[in-house]
Ligand binder design. Structure first.
Ligand code: KG4
Ligand code: ZN
Length: 392
C-alpha cells in the first residue's frame, strides 16, 4: 500500500510517500519513496517561539511545493493525467476558503491534474497548533477530492510512538518488528510530556502527564532566559555538553529542585523548575559563560533524573516489557545516555534515531498505514489541537 503523509501540526511542513507492507504481527516494512520537509524555524526565531498565524501562512505557502517535490522524488508525478470538473474545483475552493493561497497553488495546473499512484492519504489532525493543523487537514481533504483517494486521520503522538519503534534496515527502508506488549511510551516534545501504556496494539492508556509545562517548553523557556535562540533544546544541550567536557568544580549555585520526585504518581511538573532558574538568574544576573554552561548542565541533569525516575516508577506499576521514547526532546544526548545507562539491561528499550525524533511526515505515514489497515478512512474529521492519544 502506498501512503502519502502530511504533517503540519507545528512549524514543520512535511510530506512523505511510503510504500508499506506487513502488519504488527508479522512486522511492518516501510520504503521511503519520497520525503520532503520544510522547517519554518528561522521564520519563528524572531518571535522566540512558534507564532501560530505565521505557521499557518507558511504551511499554506509551502504545502504544494513540498508535495510536488515529494511526489517527484517518488517518481509519482505525471502518471495518470485526468480532467477535473468545474464542480470538483468549486468543491475544493469551498473547502479551502480560508487558505486561498493553497487553492491558487493547486489550481495553477488548470483543468487537468496529475493523479499520483497512491492508495491513501494520511494527515495529522492533532494535537498541535489549531491554525497549523487546519491547513494540513483541509489540504488532505482537498487532495482526496482532487485525486479521489481515501483519507486516514492520524494522531501526531502516535506517530512519535511508531517512529520510535522503527529501525532503518536498509537504505531508506524502515521496519517495525512485532512489539512486546505491554509497551510504555515516554512522549517528550514541545507540547507534551506523558507516559502512555499500550496493552493492546494501538490502544493507549494515560499513566502520567505534566501538570503544567511540557519538558520541551521548559527547555525553550530556560533557553530564552539565557538569551539563547529558539528552539532552546539543542542550545541548552550544547552548553551542557560543553560543561560536561570540562572537569567541573562544585556547582556555582545551589542545585535545582527535582520537581514531583517525592510524589507517588507518574505525573510531572516543570513550571517550578523553570521558576527556580528564573530566580537564580535574578539573584545572579551576570552569569559568566562557564556558569551558564553549569546551569544548562544542572537543568538537563534535573530533567533527565525526573524523567527517568518517573519512567522507572511507571514500568514498575504497569509491568511494561518494552519502553519507547518519542518526541523532539528524545533527541537530547544526555537524556538518551541516561536512559541507555539505567534501563538498557532492564527492559527492551527503543530510542529513535535523532532524525526521527523531531516532527516529520514518515511517522505520520507509518501511523497512517496501521490505521489504514484498520480501515479508518474518513473525511468527517476536524483538526483538534488537544487531541488525546489515550483511548481510556
Ligand atoms: O516533537 P517536536 O519536534 O515538536 C512538537 O511536537 O512539539 O519537539 C520540539 C521540542 C522543542 O521544545 C525543542 O526545543 C525540543 O523538542 N528539542 C530538544 C532537542 N531537540 C529538540 N530538547 C532537548 N534537547 C534536544 N537536543
Ligand atoms: Zn512532535
Amino acid at each position: 500500500m502506498k501512503i502519502l503523509a502530511i504533517e503540519t501540526s507545528c512549524d514543520e511542513t512535511a510530506v512523505a510517500v511510503l510504500e508499506c507492507a506487513g502488519n504488527e504481527l508479522t512486522g511492518a516494512r516501510f520504503r521511503i519513496l519520497g520525503n520532503a520537509l520544510y522547517s519554518q524555524i528561522e521564520k519563528h526565531r524572531a518571535f522566540g517561539g512558534v507564532f501560530p498565524a505565521l505557521a499557518k501562512r507558511e504551511h499554506a505557502k509551502n504545502l504544494v511545493p513540498i508535495l510536488e517535490s515529494s511526489l517527484k522524488e517518488a517518481s509519482l508525478l505525471e502518471k495518470q493525467t485526468q480532467h477535473i470538473s468545474e464542480d470538483t474545483w468549486k468543491e475544493i475552493a469551498l473547502l479551502l476558503e480560508r487558505e486561498p493561497e493553497l487553492y491558487d497553488a493547486l489550481a495553477t495546473h488548470g483543468k487537468t491534474y496529475d493523479i499520483p499512484d497512491i492508495d491513501a492519504i494520511s494527515v495529522t489532525h492533532g494535537p498541535g497548533l489549531p491554525p497549523a493543523l487546519w491547513v494540513g487537514v483541509n489540504f488532505a481533504k482537498a487532495l482526496s477530492i482532487l485525486w479521489n483517494k481515501p483519507v486516514v486521520p492520524v494522531n501526531h503522538m502516535e506517530g512519535h510512538v511508531l517512529a520510535a519503534l522503527a529501525k532503518e534496515t536498509d537504505d531508506r527502508v524502515y521496519e517495525i518488528k512485532p512489539p512486546t506488549l505491554p509497551l510504555l511510551a515516554l512522549l517528550i516534545s514541545g507540547g507534551h510530556t506523558e507516559l502512555v501504556l499500550m496493552r493492546n496494539w494501538l490502544s493507549y492508556e494515560l499513566i502520567g502527564q505534566t501538570k503544567d509545562d511540557a519538558v520541551g517548553e521548559a527547555f525553550d523557556k530556560v533557553a530564552r532566559m539565557l538569551s539563547l535562540p529558539y528552539p532552546g533544546g539543542p542550545e541548552i544541550s550544547k552548553l551542557a555538553e560543553a560543561a560536561r567536557a570540562k572537569a567541573r568544580a562544585d556547582l556555582p549555585f545551589a542545585p535545582l529542585p527535582r520537581p514531583m520526585l517525592k510524589d507517588s504518581s507518574c505525573d510531572f511538573s516543570f513550571s517550578g523548575l523553570k521558576t527556580a532558574v528564573l530566580y537564580l538568574l535574578k539573584a545572579k544576573p551576570n552569569l559568566s559563560d562557564s556558569e551558564k554552561e553549569s546551569l544548562a548542565e544542572e537543568f538537563e541533569n534535573t530533567v533527565a533524573e525526573v524523567l527517568l525516575k518517573k519512567t522507572e516508577r511507571a514500568i514498575e506499576t504497569t509491568g511494561a516489557r518494552m519502553l519507547v521514547i518519542g518526541g523532539g526532546v528524545a533527541a537530547n544526548k544526555h537524556i538518551r545516555r541516561e536512559f541507555e545507562k539505567e534501563l538498557r539491561e532492564k527492559i527492551n528499550l527503543c530510542i529513535p534515531e535523532p532524525a526521527l525524533t523531531t516532527d516529520n511526515a514518515l511517522m505520520i505515514g507509518m501511523a497512517g498505514y496501521f490505521r489504514a489497515l484498520k480501515k479508518e478512512f474518513t473525511t468527517e474529521f476536524k483538526a483538534d489541537g488537544n487531541l488525546s492519544i489515550s483511548t481510556s
